[in-house]
Design a protein around this ligand. Structure first.
Ligand code: CA
Length: 437
């Protein structure tokens, strides 16, 4: 045995002894362990590839911040700098606040004479037609929206870890944005209600027109090596289902919960809870974004999607491993589909569990727009095994071609893939903020 090996062995023994001592010394109601320098495990999904994901683990003491309000968070984010940094969020931070910490509501952002009533009158399709809104009210809406964006869009730079402290850290009203940055970790944090005060009318979306909101609670664009773990993201306190209908369309106040677009790559989303929302997770936002080819590689495991209407996820281009997730459609909630298979996507779905009310059928779980393949095995639907691919191919109306089982890749980076039944139980117990053991 070399001296070096001996030293290492001794050090390891010492670490084990100290660890045991630590275990013995932990009081019954111990504080949760410090997770702020955790890094992604070596095989834990796509974010483990090509050097892995360490976030701000290399931060020096001067770049470890505990923040309790928007101003502190903005200072710690440091304009999206790439200095290694750890940001611990304590308590609830409201992004809709001014520099003194006073809450701002939609009226505070409104400028230029914008009013929802006047906006609706100006762009009513019966009088305005199908042209894109323009003129006084649309300009005033844009100016007002810019004032809100300046407060709630928070840019996260490279080499950053953001963690919630304890079990009650909340960031509300914000859109956290990782744009063209590498090596970011977001964990143990509740992201709530990225509410858009100023939705825009898009008369040419989806044939009937639609309301479009600007903000995702977490948006990755051109982001690489991102690990999102034990977050809870929802519209809590402002459900879109309670918004009115204008121009015969739901006046949506929220965009995605976690959208992954713009050539993002190598992302792992684990043990997180996505709830009470319409469009949860978009991976790839355009059929014409061919720069996304070979990118948008994402692993989703042990996440819960509850009361999510659609996009859990919807995928273009990416090789996306979806395993051991739990899907719940409560009685009475709106539902369209869960797995969206779009252009050149390679969704590899394994051992996911779906629980739905009786009006939702297995054929509803998958929807394709110009998709060509879906790998799925081990799916559990209301407790019974189902073959989602066979069901999709026998029930789809014919507007879309059949899907093949060959998505052209096999996931290599992943932890143990449990049965759907076991994953369903463990995710119910363990997914979401405040639940890191
Ligand atoms: Ca979005």
């Amino acid at each position: 045995m070399s001296t070096r090996t001996r030293t290492r062995t001794r050090a390891r023994r010492l670490a084990v002894a100290l660890g045991l001592l630590g275990l013995l010394c932990v009081p019954a109601h111990a504080e949760a362990r410090d997770i702020s320098r955790d890094t992604l495990a070596a095989d834990d999904g796509w974010a483990a590839a090509d050097g892995g994901t360490t976030g701000g683990a290399a931060a020096d003491d001067a770049h470890v911040h505990t923040v309790t309000d928007r101003a502190g968070l903005v200072r710690a984010l440091d304009g999206g700098s790439d200095t290694p940094k750890i940001i611990k969020i304590a308590g609830t931070i409201d992004a809709n606040t001014d520099d003194d910490g006073d809450h701002l509501d939609c009226a505070d952002y409104t400028t230029g004479g914008y009013s929802p009533k006047k906006y609706l009158a100006a762009y009513d399709p019966r009088t305005w037609g199908a042209a894109k809104p323009s003129g006084e009210q649309e300009e005033a809406r844009q100016a007002s929206a810019a004032r809100q964006a300046e407060r709630i869009e928070l840019e996260v730079g490279s080499n950053t870890t953001i963690v919630g402290l304890g079990s009650s850290a909340v960031l509300k009203g914000a859109s956290l944005q990782v744009k063209n940055a590498d090596n970011v970790i977001v964990r143990n944090l509740e992201l709530r209600d990225a509410y858009d005060c100023f939705p825009v009318w898009q008369p040419n979306t989806g044939g009937l027109g639609d309301w479009k909101s600007a903000y995702d609670t977490l948006w990755l664009s051109g982001a690489t090596h991102v690990w999102v773990d034990h977050i809870t993201a929802s519209d809590q306190s402002h459900p879109d289902a309670e918004e009115p209908t204008h121009f015969a369309r739901n006046y949506l106040r929220h965009d995605g919960l976690l959208d992954i677009t713009g050539g993002s790559d190598l992302v792992t989303v684990s043990w997180s809870r996505f709830a009470d929302h319409d469009k949860a997770m978009l991976i790839g936002n355009s059929d014409s974004a061919t720069g996304d080819r070979g990118r948008l590689r994402v692993t989703l495991h042990h996440n819960e999607f509850t009361s999510v209407v659609q996009r859990a996820p919807r995928v273009r281009f990416g090789q996306v491993h979806v395993y051991n997730n739990r899907y719940v459609v409560p009685e009475g909630s709106e539902y369209r589909y869960s797995l969206g298979v779009s252009t050149e996507s390679g969704v590899y779905a394994e051992n996911n569990a779906f629980t739905t009310p009786s009006h939702v059928e297995a054929a509803d779980l998958v929807k394709s727009w110009n998709g060509s393949a879906l790998h799925q095995t081990g799916t559990l639907f209301n407790g019974y095994p189902v073959d989602l691919l066979a069901i999709y191919n026998s029930y789809n109306s014919g507007s879309e071609r059949d899907l093949t089982a060959d998505v052209g890749w096999t996931p290599a980076l992943h932890g143990t893939v449990d049965s759907a039944a076991r994953a369903d139980r463990e995710v119910a117990r363990g997914a979401g903020a405040g639940r890191i053991r």
